[in-house]
Design a protein around this ligand. Structure first.
Ligand code: ADP
Ligand code: ZN
Length: 204
């Protein structure tokens, strides 16, 4: 089974991806995670990606598509879950030339809650645990004791551009996959467990 997770920034793709990976044994391919890895390692791709990510813009398609092709090969081209890709029609068409997608899950959330969800998001530097700042009593990870940090692109100005990019470039993918009969929408407004229940109904 090959699936795509769609949804605005802050819709909860990462949270659901972790559960799906565990339950369905699908290889999680997150372009955001791959770019962050490159930024930490300060590779050429990382330096390039940083200049776009800090402004809330998309990394150029040629680079992104190449990265995904490599990740798909690593995943033997099957039983994967794409998270954060495709993000525009060009990327979706490029993907269609490489692999078959079975289902696309769109995690749907009211736009009004996204700003707070993203600007309040904190991530553990050690284990990657993600939560909202309101759930933390200090800057320490409740899972492993590591340091909780805000992503550089989770600051308000950058989030505004990310949401614009989503509306203009990524949201049209909903129609794109609907017309192919592959789109399944789940309500992303509830608690993570509740959202995952809906995901399970879709994936079986
Ligand atoms: P979110 O879904 O919360 O916006 P991600 O971790 O998926 O965060 O992505 C972070 C940033 O990485 C994006 O804002 C963008 O700059 C870059 N990026 C990730 N995926 C893609 C993609 N498919 N195409 C272009 N840029 C991407
Ligand atoms: Zn941690």
């Amino acid at each position: 089974m090959n699936i795509i997770l769609l949804g605005a920034p802050g819709a909860g793709k990462g949270t659901q991806a972790a559960r799906i990976e565990e339950t369905y044994n699908l290889k999680h391919i997150s372009t955001g995670d791959i770019f962050r890895y490159h930024m930490r390692q300060q590779t050429e791709i990382g330096l390039l990606a940083r200049s776009y990510i800090k402004k809330g813009q998309l990394v150029p398609d040629e680079v992104t598509v190449k990265i995904v092709e490599l990740a798909l090969k690593d995943a033997d081209m099957k039983d994967f879950m794409l998270d954060g890709f495709p993000r525009n029609i060009y990327q979706a068409e490029a993907l269609d030339k490489i692999v078959d997608i079975d289902k696309v899950i769109d995690i749907s959330v009211d736009f009004s809650v996204l700003m707070d969800r993203i600007c309040g998001r904190r991530n553990c530097l050690e284990c990657g645990y993600t939560t909202h700042v309101s759930q933390l009593s200090d800057g320490v990870c409740p899972k492993c004791g590591g340091e909780m940090q805000q992503r550089m692109d989770d600051k308000e100005d950058t989030v505004k551009s990310r949401l614009e990019v989503y509306s203009e470039q990524t949201a049209p993918l909903i129609e794109y996959y609907k017309s192919k009969g592959k789109l399944f929408t789940v309500d992303g407004m509830g608690a993570p467990d509740k959202v995952f229940e809906e995901v399970r109904t879709v994936l079986g």
